[in-house]
Design a protein around this ligand. Structure first.
Ligand code: TGC
Ligand code: FAD
Length: 405
C-alpha cells in the first residue's frame, strides 16, 4: 500500500492560519511602535475573525457583513481621519499597515474598509458641511451605518468624466436620475456617496440615503472574484435629494478622483498583504512537501520562484514605505500613488500565480488561500483605475502629454 502520509498531514495543517510576516530588508525598523502595535492588533483580529470563515463565505459568494462591527472596533475605518470625526487619528503609514493586514486576510475584507473609510467618510470629512460631518461620520466610524461610493456607470468606467447620471434643480431639492454600476457594498449600504452632473454639466457629490423614494441597489451576482465582497448597482428614478445632502465644498471631477487617491494609496499597501500570504503559504509548502525523496524547496526551480517572490515583495514594501512618508508630509502626488497601486497589485497577482504553481494541484483548492487571493486580485487590478489607466497616468506625468484627450 502506498504511503500518502505526507500529503494528508500537510493538508490537515493547511487549515490552521500559520501566517507570519516576512521582512527581508528589516523595513519594520522604519516603522514606529504605534505602527507595529496597530499591525499586531489587526493581524490577531484577522487570524481570529477572518481566516476561520473566509473560505466558506467566498465559496458561497456571500459577504461576511457581521465583520463591519469588528472592523470598526479595530479602527479600520478612516485610520488617518481625526478621532472626533469617527476616524482613528493615526498617520498615513498606520492606515497602510492596517490595509495590508486586512488584505492578508482577504481583498474583499480590505475593500469593506477601503470604501467605508476612504470613499465615504473621507469625502464627507473633506468636502461635507459641519452638519453633514456630525450627522454621518460617527455612525460610519462605528459601523452603525455602512456606506458606498457611486462613480462608475454602465457606460463610463475608466472615463468617469463622461457620466450621464444627473441632477435637476427643484426648489429645495435636486431630482436625481441615472445609474451606477459595480458598486462595492451598495446592496447593504445605508448611504451612498453619488457623483452626478448638475444642469451646467459640473460633477457634484450627493449623500443619498437608502430609503429615499426611487432609489434601489440590486446586487450583481456571478462574480468569480472578490466573492466575499458584495457588489451592486445604484439606480435612481426621480429621486428627490434635499439640497442639504449635496457636499458643499467640492465641484468637478477632482472630488471623486481625490477620494480615489486616498483609496488607491491603501490598495498599494493592501496588495502586499495578499502577496505575503501567498508567499508565506508557498514557502511553508515548499519545506513540507516531499517529492523525489526531498522537500520541493530544495529544487532550484522552486527556489527561483520563491527568491523572485520575496525580491518583488521587498521592493513593494520599500515603495509604499517611502510613499507613506511622502503622504505624511502631504507630498504624495496622485501620479506617485498610481505608480504604487499599479506596481504592487500586479506584483501581488504574479506572486499569487507563482505560489499557486508551487502548491501543485492543492493550489487550486480552498485548503490554501492562494487561489482565492489570485481571483480577488483580478478585481483589484481593475478597480480604482485599471492597470493600463495607471500606466497612462505615469506616462502623462513623465512626458507631460495626455493620452486621454
Ligand atoms: P482630468 O482632467 O485628468 O482631471 C480632472 C480633475 O481632477 C484632478 N485629478 C485628481 N485629483 C486628485 N487625485 C487624483 N487621482 C486626480 N486625478 C485627476 C485633475 O487635476 C483635474 O483637476 P482640475 O482642478 O484641473 O479640474 O480628468 P480626465 O477626465 O481626463 O480623467 C483622467 C483619468 C482617466 C486618469 C481619470 O478619469 C481616472 O482616474 N479614471 C479611472 C477611474 C477610476 O479609477 N474609477 C474608480 C471607481 S471607484 C472604485 O473602483 C472603487 S473600488 C473600491 C473597493 O471596493 O475597494
Ligand atoms: P472599461 O473602462 O470599459 O475598460 C475596459 C478595458 O479598456 C480595460 O482594460 C481598460 O484598461 C481599457 N481602457 C479603457 N480606456 C482606455 C484608454 N484610454 N487607453 C487604453 N486602455 C483603455 N466603481 C465605483 O464607482 N465604486 C465602487 O465601489 C466600485 N467597486 C467595484 C467592485 C468590483 C468587484 C469591480 C469589478 C469594480 C468596481 N468598481 C467600482 C468599478 C471599477 O472602478 C471599474 O470596473 C474600473 O474603473 C474599469 O471600468 P470598466 O469596468 O467600465 O472598464
Amino acid at each position: 500500500m502506498q504511503d500518502n502520509s505526507n500529503g494528508l498531514a500537510i493538508a490537515k495543517r493547511a487549515k490552521e492560519d500559520r501566517y507570519q510576516g516576512h521582512d527581508y530588508y528589516l523595513v519594520d525598523e522604519l516603522l514606529s511602535q504605534d505602527h507595529l502595535l496597530a499591525r499586531e492588533a489587526v493581524r490577531a483580529w484577522v487570524k481570529q475573525e477572518v481566516t476561520p470563515i473566509i473560505e466558506a463565505y467566498a465559496d458561497k459568494a456571500q459577504c461576511p457583513t457581521h465583520l463591519f462591527k469588528g472592523l470598526a472596533e479595530i479602527g479600520a475605518f478612516g485610520p488617518s481621519l481625526p478621532v472626533e470625526y469617527g476616524g482613528g487619528g493615526m498617520d498615513e503609514i498606520a492606515y497602510g499597515v492596517i490595509m495590508q493586514e486586512l488584505e492578508r486576510g482577504d481583498s474583499g475584507v480590505r475593500s469593506m474598509a477601503s470604501v467605508q473609510g476612504s470613499l465615504v467618510m473621507y469625502p464627507i470629512y473633506k468636502y461635507g458641511s459641519e452638519e453633514q460631518r456630525r450627522k454621518y461620520l460617527p455612525k460610519l466610524g462605528s459601523g452603525e451605518f455602512i456606506g458606498c461610493f457611486g462613480l462608475t456607470e454602465p457606460d463610463h468606467g475608466s472615463n468617469p468624466g463622461g457620466m450621464v447620471t444627473h441632477i435637476k434643480d427643484d426648489g429645495d431639492a435636486y431630482i436625481l436620475n441615472g445609474a451606477k454600476m459595480w458598486i462595492t457594498n451598495s446592496p447593504v449600504a445605508d448611504i451612498a456617496i453619488v457623483w452626478a452632473k448638475d444642469e451646467q454639466g459640473i460633477v457634484r457629490g450627493l449623500i443619498v440615503e437608502k430609503d429615499m423614494k426611487g432609489f434601489s441597489a440590486p446586487e450583481i451576482k456571478g462574480k468569480w472574484s472578490l466573492r466575499a465582497s458584495i457588489t451592486g448597482e445604484l439606480v435612481f428614478e426621480d429621486v428627490r435629494v434635499p439640497k442639504s445632502h449635496v457636499l458643499p465644498n467640492i465641484q468637478g471631477l477632482k472630488g471623486p478622483l481625490s477620494c480615489l487617491s486616498k483609496a488607491r494609496y491603501g490598495i498599494a499597501w493592501g496588495a502586499i498583504g495578499a502577496a505575503l500570504d501567498c508567499y508565506d503559504s508557498a514557502l511553508r509548502y515548499s519545506q513540507e512537501r516531499i517529492q523525489f525523496g526531498k522537500p520541493i524547496g530544495q529544487f532550484q526551480l522552486i527556489q527561483k520562484k520563491l527568491a523572485e517572490m520575496i525580491t518583488e515583495i521587498t521592493k513593494a514594501q520599500l515603495l509604499v514605505w517611502r510613499l507613506g512618508v511622502l503622504a505624511n508630509e502631504g507630498r504624495a502626488t496622485p501620479a506617485q500613488i498610481s505608480m504604487a497601486k499599479r506596481n504592487n497589485v500586479m506584483m501581488a497577482l504574479e506572486v499569487a500565480r507563482e505560489a499557486r504553481q508551487i502548491h501543485g494541484g492543492m493550489g487550486i483548492t480552498n485548503e490554501y488561500p492562494v487561489m482565492r487571493h489570485m481571483m480577488n486580485l483580478e478585481t483589484v487590478l481593475t478597480y480604482e483605475g485599471t492597470h493600463d489607466i495607471h500606466l497612462l497616468i505615469t506616462g502623462m506625468d513623465v512626458t507631460g502629454l495626455n493620452a486621454f484627450v
